[in-house]
Unconditional design. Sequence first.
Length: 143
Amino acid sequence: MTKNNFFWYSFLLILLCCFAVYSVNRFVLIRQWPDFAKVPNIAMYAIYLFNFLITVGSVFLIHRRYLKDQTAAGRTFFLTVFVKIITSAIFLFPGVIVVKAIAKVYVIQFMTLFFILLFVETYLLIRLLNLPSDEKIKNDQNQ
């Protein structure tokens, strides 16, 4: 994989993870625990859309920053994770306050997807940092 098609690989992997978690949610969890079916479909779609967009956006920012400065990818990752946590708290606040009955199930579904995508994002960062570099590193031996 090259640096140019890394973003599209990331996009596809994040999309597949979202579909996999959604499938498990719909076909396994709802049959096992009926409380999961109480979350309205619009809330479910909002959870997945929010997590998908914020994860793709952070991977895009990390990749773009990496192309400009290869040493700044880690700092950008920590900054985007911090922003994701703050925006997630803002996103969850109305759902928890307004609808108390389904708040626990809503938060569990959100956090499950959030942490799975966070692990995927960490995997992608490690993969990005391990891509072969095009430029030679100057050291004492090859100067």
